[in-house]
Design a protein around this ligand. Structure first.
Ligand SMILES: Nc1ncnc2c1ncn2[C@@H]1O[C@H](COP(=O)(O)OP(=O)(O)OP(=O)(O)O)[C@@H](O)[C@H]1O
Ligand SMILES: [Mg+2]
Length: 238
């Protein structure tokens, strides 16, 4: 069974179709890359999937259950968690407290939440920063904090929105390894928005290409990079 089914999803902002009749499925354990030019509708699709916006049309089905109309906190409890393209940690709280906010979606116990948070802080290798204020972290560490926070919600489906954006090559490599490690553990399915084509080629099992809100192509990475329409709309300009 598909873990996630996107069926004819459209999202209109006034006259602008940020998503237009987008359909695809994800199977459990896979990594789906989501690519396309700026303004293609990638972040909007994450917003529609995770309950931040209701889709104007179409359905989002997670583990066989229709998600339309559910609020983000309910979506998170059901097992979907997303990062934000513009990372906004709770700046005046420590790293561990930020990650505990994620864990508190699963437990009411502060003690348990702290343990869960520390576990994920170790996964992203931010132990040395656990008691630092989040607002003081450089961008590379903020991105890791963002990943730790969503992992602490114990998701089945993780949606990562440009977690490598603004990072240097060494930091990007750490994130790539983290994504591959998460996949190898086999419990979490991932959808990854990324502009770095080399990175997306390495990590994705399949790729969906959006352009002007529409799905332009879907396939294995090797087929996507040689697809003439994708080259014209996106890759040719890289
Ligand atoms: N809340 C909103 N209200 C009005 N228009 C919006 C809103 N959110 C997104 N848009 C518009 O929808 C389109 C798709 O935006 P979106 O942020 O989804 O693109 P994206 O593919 O994530 O781009 P990028 O690669 O730059 O992050 C853009 O034209 C954007 O201006
Ligand atoms: Mg975006």
């Amino acid at each position: 069974m598909a873990i996630l089914e996107i069926k004819h999803v459209s999202k209109l902002f006034g006259g602008l179709a940020a998503n237009s009749d987008v359909s695809f499925e994800m199977t459990e354990g896979m990594i789906m890359g989501l690519i396309g030019p700026n303004g293609a509708g990638k972040t909007t699709l994450f917003n529609c999937i995770t309950g931040y916006y209701p889709p104007t049309k179409g359905e989002v089905i997670f583990e066989g259950r229709k998600m339309n109309g559910l609020q983000p906190d309910a979506v998170c409890k059901l097992g979907m968690a997303r990062t934000w393209q513009k990372v906004r940690p709770l700046a005046k709280m420590t790293v561990v407290d930020n990650v505990m906010v994620g864990a508190l979606c699963r437990t009411n116990s502060i003690k348990v939440a702290r343990e869960m948070a520390m576990e994920q802080i170790r996964v992203v290798r931010l132990e040395h920063r656990a008691n630092f204020l989040a607002g003081g972290l450089p961008i590379g560490e903020r991105k890791k904090l963002e990943v730790a926070r969503v992992l602490a919600t114990n998701p089945k489906l993780l949606l990562l929105d440009e977690v490598m954006g603004g990072l240097n090559p060494a930091e990007s490599e750490e994130i790539i390894q983290l994504i591959l490690d998460i996949k190898q553990k086999g419990k979490i399915t991932q959808m990854v928005i990324e502009h770095d084509m080399k990175a997306i080629m390495r990590i994705s099992d399949r790729i969906v290409v959006l352009n002007s809100g529409e799905k332009l192509a879907e396939g294995e990475p090797k087929d996507i990079v040689s697809n003439p329409e994708v080259i014209t709309a996106y890759l040719g300009s890289e």
